[in-house]
Design a protein around this ligand. Sequence first.
Ligand SMILES: [Zn+2]
Length: 618
Amino acid sequence: MRFLLFSSLLLLAGTSRAAAPEITVAYPPPNSTVAFDHVIFEGHVTPGASLTLNGRALPVGPDGLFMEWLPLKAGKNALKLLSTLGSERRAATFNVTFSGPSVLPAKPTAIKAGTLTPGQPLMFYTRVPEEGRTLSLGFQGSPGGQAWATITGLGRFALPEQTAGRYRLDLTLPENTELTGASIKLSLSGKDGRTVVATAPGTLTFRPGGAARVAEVSVPDVGVGVNPSPSALASGSGATDWLFPRQGQRLEVLADLGRTWLVRGPGGLATARKDALTLLPPGTPLPDAAAGEPQLIDMPGEWLVRVPIRQRTVFDLSEPTAPAEPQAGLSLLIANAAQPAGERHPDGGPQLSWAAEGTALRLTLTLPQPQLWGYFAEYQDAALLLHVRKAPPLDPAQPLRGRLIVLDPGHGGSELGGAGSLGQPEKNIVLPIALRVAELLRAQGADVRLTRSSDVTVGLYDRPLLAERLGADLLISIHANALPDGIDPRFRRGLEVHTFHPMTFGLAGALVRSLTAAVPGLSVTPAAPLGVPGLRLSDLALARPTSQRSVLIELAYLTQAGDLRLLMGGLGREAFARGIAQGIADDYAAQAQAGLTLPQAAPVAVPAGAPVNSPTQP
Ligand SMILES: [Zn+2]
């Protein structure tokens, strides 16, 4: 989203006659440089005034709003604005620069400096499975040529031209070729008959006979259920299959890929951001966590799975992707922790089973409830603890009574959020809506807290950490949408509810239904991967937390005139607030109903806090 740190609202000074119309450009910021050949040019003039840009009339709404998808020529664009209201006029000039296309001319043949890949030395410490033996070779140069890469000791490879002037090949390295600091030469034969050769900054070392290295995770922990972006440690194999980095975890490193490490995650190969790991000295023993049988413990308000460990290794937590199952479930995969299979299944309690998966240990937990309400894993002494919340007792007559809900109005203080071209940035649009949602939920008995209730700056992770600390049921972040530079805004409008974990899909769907019913004229964006219009799967700091269900609502687009007017009007804001409150109420009503229809669990014959160690009879 196009977040602005400081106000870019520019009141353009012109002639100083008192009645002259005003011109306010909300975006782009004055004298800015963009990397695209179009920019959204938006703002407002005094209502009733007209506006021309370099002599061409721009459409202006009755409220003075103008919003133009403006073509730019390479270099500086001087935008001469003239606004007229009756006999009064105001003229102003606004500058925006397009940094220009990046394609080199076809002649003379040239390779663009700074674009040669690999840009850093690559080192494979040990034998690596085929999917990890990929080497990207390439550069930008004159279009229409023939490009080659020559790796000393390995051979010569053609680089196809992907788009004009961009040559690239993903080469799968052979399994057994030993290479030490092999140089990589890139060449381009152009249309003028000349051949240019350059040496890539990166070299290639490949030691299939060597030993893997060991590293320690050095990403600071944020919270037990608040995780930094999975880009720190990415498995790349699906949205719900990713790693929860914790400081001090040890893992195997197979290669140094320049900007990233190639590592062995719990479920296979993964990449780790360079600054996420600290490499330990050669000869450090490979990690080994296996230490004893897992236990299942019945605690007030939660189920606890305690896995004894010898050493901290990386783990992954995932929910089944089909959350409509009658019984919610959760899977914990711990690297380097394989042990013989087993299970626990106390009467009326969850079912826990575990089995080795390669060198990892997979624990599968099936809960005696249809909905996951939150979970997290943390280390304590010589154990990894998985906390899973029990369904709260809900009053079917008043399901929200006593439930703790955290609302998060986006941005605030020095962080404006999207520009908003009718004089209000995003932070000022979402705050009154969130305050009104709080009123509506409190009227139904909920205990509502806000991450901010005034125009103050709040840290990104402080928002989910508040919900985690309070033990909230829900975290609902409220935003208004804007598009990043370079995307045509004319066809993007409507509601988006962003989720990341399957346990929030039901709630997100309820919010889409209630908001579209409550807000006249609100559309939803077309169906994304989740197959439901308006629902988005997004890796966002406010959708990632797992201690409670967390969703982020983008109410509508600030960059679309109809949407913006909905967000600016008092009636529209009231409707948005009612839609959010109704969606939450509908979800709780459904949860209360589901709780009633579950088969009544037999009482568990163990005192709270005691380990449940009665394996199911075969
Ligand atoms: Zn926002």
